[in-house]
Write a protein that binds this ligand. Structure first.
Ligand code: AMP
Length: 275
């Protein structure tokens, strides 16, 4: 496994690979990330991983400074998972003095997370485009955990004619159902106990949907009740949308997607489930 901090050094090493899968991450890796890495390796023969906590996708009152970081542990995990190339830039490598360009993501990017976190998807689109240009992968692997991010990436890749195939991988969960996330380590013990309620709320909505319920108000009501009962009343959104548009419909279509964003103390948790 080779590790690079500069674009030039990474590009030189990249020339040694005919095909490459790519997994962009913000580090503090867990089994969710490692599943993407293993799949990318299996499907492409070689895999590059980036570790970069991207400042431009965090809002001024968000957790950029406190986002967990442990590059030494990450590199050991990546070596075990079979990573070939690791790109570990500092912010000044990707945003040198004079940097002045941003991609404005529209469409699905305007909904949900786009409302709660203004500028977030623009930051994601800009950094992922830069990483695609640096890594030049055949395929890039993203997690369904960030369902809306996957839709935004698919959109700008198509719109900007970027020659990369986007692969979306299932959500890796803890044994109690909590979606794995780098942020989970920041949960207090009490909130860690409450946190599986997101998965339980989604399962409850899925049960209702399977039993024939299509009224979005009813499904969303069930999501909210589950969360509040579990002691997680600080709900950013608990909604059911069309998975293509990320827009709410009064009566759910067959490709309905339930999504949650909930604050558990200082930690914002997200999760989702296709119904
Ligand atoms: P992050 O480091 O949080 O930016 O995540 C990097 C990539 O890993 C993104 O494509 C995420 O969607 C994906 N990912 C994060 N958590 C999970 C999870 N629990 N299961 C599957 N993929 C995940």
């Amino acid at each position: 496994m080779q590790v690079f901090e500069t674009i030039a050094a990474f590009r030189t090493a990249r020339k040694g690979y005919a095909a490459l899968g790519f997994v962009p991450t913000m580090g503090f890796l867990h089994e969710g990330h490692l599943g993407l890495v293993r799949r990318a390796k299996a499907e492409n023969g070689a895999v590059a991983v980036s570790i970069f906590v991207n400042p431009t996708q965090f809002g001024p009152n968000e957790d950029y400074a406190s986002y967990p970081r442990d590059p030494d542990r990450d590199l050991a995990l990546l070596k075990d998972a079979g990573a070939d190339l690791v790109f570990l830039p500092t912010p000044d490598v990707l945003y040198p003095p004079g940097f002045a360009t941003r991609i404005e993501a529209g469409g699905v990017a305007d909904e949900l997370e786009g409302q709660s976190r203004p500028g977030h998807f623009s930051g994601v689109a800009t950094v992922v485009t830069k990483l695609f240009n640096i890594v030049q992968p055949q395929r890039a692997y993203f997690g369904q955990k960030d369902a809306q991010q996957c839709a935004v990436v698919r959109r700008f890749v198509a719109d900007l004619d970027i020659p990369v195939e986007i692969v979306v991988c299932d959500i890796a969960r803890e044994t109690d159902g909590l979606a794995r996330s780098s942020r989970n380590v920041r949960l207090t013990p009490e909130n860690r106990q409450k946190a599986p309620a997101l998965y339980e709320a989604l399962q409850e909505a899925a049960r209702l949907f399977r039993s024939g319920e299509r009224n979005t108000d009813v499904l969303e009501g069930a999501l909210r009740v589950s969360l509040i009962k579990a002691g997680l009343p600080d709900i950013d959104y608990a909604t059911v949308v069309n998975a293509d548009t990320f827009r709410r419909e009064g009566s759910c279509s067959e490709n309905a997607l339930a999504l949650l964003a909930v604050k558990a103390g200082a930690v914002r948790l997200i999760d989702n489930m296709p119904l």
